[in-house]
Design a protein around this ligand. Structure first.
Ligand SMILES: [Ca+2]
Ligand SMILES: [Ca+2]
Ligand SMILES: [Ca+2]
Ligand SMILES: [Zn+2]
Length: 339
């Protein structure tokens, strides 16, 4: 911790040197880049796509999109207001003009661009809900996103919950926006409640919220999927380990109930909580649901129980939107056996 503080001071002192005039400091620099939005299986509705050892094969071609990367800091790398990308695989992307080369999935730089873009998008989604304007800011800090060869599929090594590490097991994790935003969800919760998720139930809430955020951010950015179920998380990463026929890491619409379906594993038990969030969203719509869900999390204890967190979420619904919203929120948790 002391060492971290010393490093932070050095970084702060170096800041003026980094702020070159390449980009306007207030608006944030922009550059175009190529991404999946959010992933080829969801975009193309093709459940037969496979990793094929990171090959860039023709069936994937329609899934590439040109997007604008925003909030760059002008340092010449993929570093900006909300995220700095540190790749341990492949040379770092250099930002030299108004457009990046159209990296595809067989280039390590593709995942760097994906990571930068989707973390920034996720923060913009939170801001679109009013966090940082009419509501408190949520996680408006610069996190570090590291890409490396370690971390088995879906088990991301993190030195702390603020930063994100994406591994390369199966489909490279950085090729699926829903995996990136899921990981950012943990950073969001840590930003709201430092050290959040110390117990089975709080840990399950962490996984559930991160899955929820993955789906809501990508639907907000791309429109609701029409060729794959919206409730399916990480359709592309999951082709490496989910038998199908529909490939999902997890889903938001499983009919799991508390305590009947508790198995003692945070990801599995998270599907109880995420279904409640999904039902709140179906009742109230994306904007109201996500706003009250995120706002409620400020009041969660790091070791919260399902019950206490549900009560805090109902209270946030009442405070923000009144009795009808509170009743719909309560009903979603009652349906899961949580309240
Ligand atoms: Ca790749
Ligand atoms: Ca993977
Ligand atoms: Ca999906
Ligand atoms: Zn997780």
């Amino acid at each position: 911790m002391r060492m971290t503080r010393a490093l932070a001071l050095v970084a702060a002192a170096a800041l003026p040197l980094v702020a070159t005039p390449a980009f306007a400091a207030d608006s944030g620099g922009t550059v175009t880049g190529t991404v999946f939005a959010p992933n080829p299986v969801q975009q193309l509705g093709d459940q037969s796509l496979t990793d094929a050892k990171d090959a860039d094969y023709p069936a994937l071609a329609p899934a590439y999109r040109t997007v604008t990367l925003t909030d760059l800091d002008g340092s010449g790398g993929l570093s900006g207001r909300y995220v700095t990308v540190k790749s341990e695989t492949g040379a770092p992307v250099r930002v030299t003009g108004g457009a990046l080369p159209a990296y595809h999935r067989d280039a390590d730089q593709f995942e760097q661009v994906m990571g930068y873009h989707w973390v920034t998008k996720a923060q913009h989604y939170l801001q679109s809900l009013g966090f940082g304007s009419k509501l408190r800011p949520v996680n408006q800090r610069r996190i570090e996103l590291r890409i490396n060869q370690y971390g088995g599929d879906n088990s991301f090594f993190r030195e702390n919950k603020r930063d994100i590490t994406l591994g390369k097991g199966g489909v490279d994790d950085g090729e699926d926006a829903e995996v990136i935003v899921h990981e950012y969800g943990h950073s969001v919760q840590d930003g709201q409640v430092p050290g959040f998720g110390t117990t089975l139930e709080s840990g399950a809430i962490g996984e559930a919220f991160s899955d929820y955020l993955a789906v809501t951010v990508t639907s907000w950015a791309n429109g609701r999927p029409t060729a794959a179920p919206e409730a399916c998380v990480a359709d592309w990463d999951a082709v490496s380990y989910s038998p199908g026929p529909v490939h999902c890491l997890r889903r938001l619409d499983e009919d799991k109930r508390y305590p009947r379906d508790v198995v003692g594993e945070v990801h599995a038990d998270g599907e109880i909580w995420s279904r409640a969030l999904w039902d709140i969203r179906r009742s109230l719509g994306d904007t109201q649901a996500s706003t009250l869900i995120v706002e409620a999390q400020f009041a969660f204890a790091p070791d919260t129980t399902f019950r206490a967190a549900a009560q805090a979420t109902v209270a946030a619904a009442q405070r923000l939107y009144g009795a009808r919203a509170a009743e719909a929120t309560r009903a979603a948790f009652v349906e899961r056996g949580i309240l």
